[in-house]
Design a protein. Sequence first.
Length: 269
Amino acid sequence: MNPQFGNGAASISDDFGPRGAEAVLLVHGHPFNRSIWAPQATALAAAGYRVIAPDLRGYGDNPAVGERTLLADFADDLAALLRRLGIERVVVGGVSMGGQIALELRLRHPGLVRALVLSDTSPVPETEDGKEFRRKLAERLLAEGMRPYTEEVIDKMLAPYNVTGQPEAAARVTAMMCATDPRGAAAALRGRAERPDYRPVLAALPAEVPCLVLVGEDDVYTPVAEAEGMCALVPHARLAVIGRAGHLPGVEQPEAFNRALLEFLAVLP
């Protein structure tokens, strides 16, 4: 675990695998932390890749900074982390909000992004109703803490049959969510309410920047149709629909998720 500092925000990250190998940056979503990628980090490092898994500002061991964190702030933090690690180009993977941050990183720091791995995410801008929802949720988390929200949405983060059928996975995700600092979660919600339209970023993605889109077949937040729409914008993208999974297929079906990821990485030019 290495403390790094970018734009005034600490960036705590795990760094696995050989230092000179192809680097993969894994960006967690809301309201999780870097440990969500443990199955992927283990598999990628075993396959000879270098894996960087950071805590975003306000999540995990990384302290909250300010009352609003834009996706641009997260992206700039990651760019600063990569510079400090001496990594000039990286495969960037993100789940949910992490996928949006990966797209923001491509928008703001295009030269850093060698390839994109987008899991259970959406490129569309926030709606007016969505903005209001996120702002109210930010206030609710500050007032109530994380547990009531966690208990309310756990069967949307994971497919309901996995909440009951995979109690260890459900307990792990629940603990991760409940441990999140409400101040960091609220800041991210306020910033995410202002997210731009990333569809032009996808549409402009050149063939030399490969793209893998993954989605759980029973994801209710970003359904399969959303993933198919992303692939329609990127003709050279590959789509992997992970069976028996909801919004977090890397947790729910790690073997299938890792297989799709490793197959994609194996054929990078």
